[in-house]
Design a protein around this ligand. Structure first.
Ligand SMILES: NC(=O)c1ccc[n+]([C@@H]2O[C@H](COP(=O)([O-])OP(=O)(O)OC[C@H]3O[C@@H](n4cnc5c(N)ncnc54)[C@H](OP(=O)(O)O)[C@@H]3O)[C@@H](O)[C@H]2O)c1
Length: 304
C-alpha cells in the first residue's frame, strides 16, 4: 500500500516538474509556432531586434504607421506582449513577438530560420538592441564587456547575414542599424561602448556598397541623447549640461526620423538639428582632440 502511494507521489512530482520546466522555458525563450498568424500577406514585415521599448518601439510605431506588419524581438515577454497589444490596437497591422536574448550564440540564426521557414514577406530589418551605460571598460567584469560586444556587434552582423536571402527575395528592402553619436569619436569614459558603435558605423558603410547590387539599402541611425531611462537623463545633464539638453530629441521623433530617412535611403541619420550640426564638427575634427575633450568631460564628478 505504502509503495503504491510512493509511486503515485513520484509520478505526480515528475509531471509537475515537467510542466514547471516547460512553463519557464516559454517565459525565457518564446517563439510562436503557429502558422495562422501569417495569413496577412498584404502588408510587408519589418523585424525590429530590440523593438519592445525605447527607440526600437518608436521605430516599430513609425513602421506600423506606414502599415508594416511587425516582428518584435526582446528578452522580456511581458513588455513584448504590452507592445504588441498597444500597436495592434492603434494600427491595422499584425505584430509577432519573439522573446530571445540576442547575445546568445544561436539566437540570431534561430530567428532567421524561423522567418525563412514561415516565408515572411520581410522588407526591413532594424538592429536596435544594444547595451551601454556610464560604466565601461576597466570598471566592468570581462563577461559584461563580452556581452556588450556580442549584443552590439555580433547579433547585428549575424541577423543581417542570415536574413539576407529573405531581404534579397523581397527587394527593394532595407537594413537600419542603430549606432550612436558616441560612435563618431573615441570616448575614454565609454571606450568599449563607443568602439562598438564605431564598428557598427564602419560596417554599415561597407555593407551599403556590398548590398547595392541586390537593391538592399543600408542606413545607420546615430542619435545623440534620447531620454529612454533615468540614467541617461542624469548622465546627460551631469556631463553635457546645456549642450546635452539641446541635443536631446524625444524618442517618438527619433523613431519617425529614422524610418522616414531609411526609406529615403540615407546612410547616416542623426535626428535633431542641433545634434546634426554638432555631429558634423565631431566627424571632421581630429580624433585625438575629441578623445581629449571627452576625457575632460568624463572627469566631471556626477551631481548628487
Ligand atoms: N537612449 C539613448 O540615449 C541612445 C543614444 C544613442 C544610441 N542609442 C542606442 O539605441 C539603442 C536602443 O537604446 P534605448 O535607449 O532605446 O534602449 P532601451 O530602452 O533599453 O531598449 C532596448 C531594447 O532592446 C531590447 N534588448 C536589450 N538587450 C537585449 C538582449 N540581450 N536581447 C534581446 N533584446 C534586448 C530591450 O528589451 P529587453 O530589455 O526586454 O530585452 C528593448 O526592447 C541601443 O543600441 C543604444 O545603444 C541609445
Amino acid at each position: 500500500m505504502r509503495l503504491k502511494w510512493l509511486t503515485i507521489s513520484l509520478i505526480t512530482l515528475f509531471f509537475c516538474t515537467g510542466l514547471f520546466a516547460k512553463a519557464s522555458t516559454i517565459q525565457k525563450d518564446f517563439i510562436n509556432t503557429q502558422t495562422e498568424a501569417f495569413a496577412d500577406s498584404t502588408h510587408p514585415y519589418a523585424l525590429i531586434a530590440g523593438g519592445s521599448k525605447g527607440i526600437g518601439y518608436a521605430i516599430a510605431e513609425a513602421m506600423a504607421h506606414r502599415n508594416y506588419n511587425l516582428i518584435l524581438i526582446a528578452r522580456g515577454l511581458d513588455t513584448l506582449i504590452a507592445a504588441k497589444q498597444r500597436l495592434e490596437s492603434a494600427y491595422p497591422v499584425h505584430v509577432e513577438i519573439i522573446a530571445k536574448d540576442l547575445s546568445f550564440d544561436k539566437s540570431a540564426e534561430e530567428i532567421a530560420q524561423w522567418c525563412i521557414d514561415k516565408n515572411i514577406h520581410l522588407k526591413v530589418l532594424c538592429n536596435v538592441a544594444g547595451f551601454g551605460g556610464t560604466n565601461d571598460y576597466l570598471s566592468l567584469p570581462i563577461d559584461t564587456l563580452r556581452y556588450m560586444i556580442r549584443l552590439n556587434i555580433e547579433s547585428m552582423v549575424t541577423l543581417s547575414l542570415t536574413l539576407l536571402p529573405l531581404l534579397e527575395k523581397n527587394s527593394p528592402s532595407y537594413i537600419l542599424n542603430v549606432a550612436s553619436m558616441a560612435g563618431f569619436a573615441p570616448i575614454p569614459e565609454k571606450s568599449l561602448y563607443s568602439a562598438t558603435k564605431a564598428a557598427i558605423i564602419s560596417f554599415s558603410y561597407s555593407l551599403r556598397y556590398q548590398l547595392k547590387s541586390k537593391n538592399i539599402s543600408v542606413s545607420c541611425l546615430c542619435p545623440g541623447p534620447v531620454y529612454t531611462k533615468p540614467s541617461i537623463v542624469k548622465d546627460t545633464k551631469d556631463k553635457l549640461g546645456w549642450f546635452g539638453k539641446q541635443m536631446v530629441v524625444p524618442v517618438k521623433k527619433v523613431g519617425e526620423t529614422a524610418v522616414r530617412k531609411t526609406f529615403k535611403r540615407r546612410m547616416i541619420i542623426v535626428p535633431g538639428g542641433f545634434s546634426k550640426t554638432i555631429s558634423v564638427f565631431i566627424r571632421i575634427f581630429p580624433q585625438r582632440w575629441l578623445a581629449s575633450l571627452y576625457y575632460q568631460i568624463g572627469k566631471k564628478p556626477p551631481k548628487e
